[in-house]
Design a binder for this molecule. Structure first.
Ligand code: BGC
Length: 329
């Protein structure tokens, strides 16, 4: 009888304890960005809307999680309390619930809040207000759901402005989600070199360091219209110097992780497919995926079915060599 009682107490304690953040990070595994849908000014404007069958297909292909970029700022009132449009909120909720139900962990974020990058002082309260509503809505969701405070802070969001900004959003999140895994990346578009500038609260052990890697940019963004790139024809052949540039990005992330005792997640890596040659893309992608895996860092490819896409929506098939590179061990 005593043994049964002890067992019951143990089970209760385990249930009360939040899952370890390193375990949560591990569960993100192989991840894929659902880019160009919910972070467009309105979903569909950039060519696609997320369908339930996309989530089934992604799961079946072997992914463990998805990252969902969301432009909440285009669907929230400009004045306090910054009410989020309920129709949009329900649309997001449908995608999140469907992904979770299919066994995919989910990282949901605030993406493309351009006014925040341009004028942090005027917008940080609104970001916090948006997170207050998201956090309240999702507080009872399983721990397979992660929050990421803001994608790629840059421009006027320098290190000090950014530290004064995420702290407000995190405070709102923690009121209702004390143990939720929260991703925070550094400035200059989430470079790993800026993780060290984050002044994170020591006592909060549920934070994941978030970084992105598109190095070398001249290769991954060749011909990309939004960066007026002149580098069409750039190859990536895996020379020692080319490899070293990428390894440096990872070593900065792993050093920060060791020093701070916090896990890290590679939230974006990928190459624009319009001009880059297929062999270079596969080589670069496989190198990125295996380097991430060797370092114990789960990674999300950018992205599913648009300009960097793994899935060809016209031919309705995976770009197999690229998919295999992403999923390679
Ligand atoms: C941006 C996308 C862009 C991608 C690659 C993402 O963080 O939100 O608009 O295509 O990075 O540059």
């Amino acid at each position: 009888m005593q043994r049964i009682l002890c067992l019951l107490v143990l089970v209760a304690v385990v249930n009360l304890q939040a899952v370890d953040v390193f375990e949560q990070q591990r569960r993100l595994g192989r991840s894929l960005n659902l880019g160009n849908a919910l972070e467009a000014p309105s979903e569909g404007e950039w060519g696609w809307k997320i369908a339930d069958e996309d989530l089934s297909r992604i799961k079946q292909a072997g992914f463990d999680s998805v990252r969902i970029p969301i432009r909440w700022s285009a669907h929230a009132n400009p004045s306090p309390p910054y009410q989020i449009d309920p129709v949009f909120a329900e649309r997001v909720n449908h995608v999140v619930r469907t992904a979770l139900a299919k066994g995919l962990a989910v990282v949901m974020n605030v993406h493309h809040y351009d006014e925040l990058d341009a004028n942090p002082g005027a917008h940080r309260e609104r970001l916090a207000g948006i997170w207050r509503q998201i956090a309240e809505k999702y507080q009872a969701y399983p721990d397979a759901l992660h929050f990421e405070i803001y994608n790629e802070p840059h421009w006027k969001l320098n290190a000090s402005e950014w530290n004064s900004t995420w702290v407000l959003a995190l405070a709102e999140i923690r009121k209702t989600n004390p143990h939720r895994a929260v991703h925070i990346g550094g400035v200059q578009w989430n470079q790993s070199s800026t993780l060290k500038d984050l002044q994170l609260p020591e006592a909060d052990r549920h934070i994941i360091g978030h970084f992105h890697c598109y190095a070398p940019f001249q290769f991954t963004h060749q011909g990309a219209e939004w960066v007026s790139s002149p580098w069409v024809g750039t190859k990536w052949v895996a020379t020692p110097a080319e490899q070293a540039e990428i390894l440096k990005v990872f070593s900065l992330a792993t050093e920060w992780s060791k020093q701070t005792q916090r896990p890290v997640f590679l939230g974006e890596y990928g190459s624009y497919g319009k001009y880059a040659d297929a062999e270079s893309r596969v080589r670069w992608t496989a190198f990125m995926a295996t380097t991430a895996r060797k370092n114990g860092i789960p990674a999300a490819y950018w992205e599913y079915c648009a300009g960097f896409g793994l899935w060809n929506p016209l031919e309705k098939q995976w770009r197999e060599p690229l998919l295999n590179a992403v999923l390679s061990r």
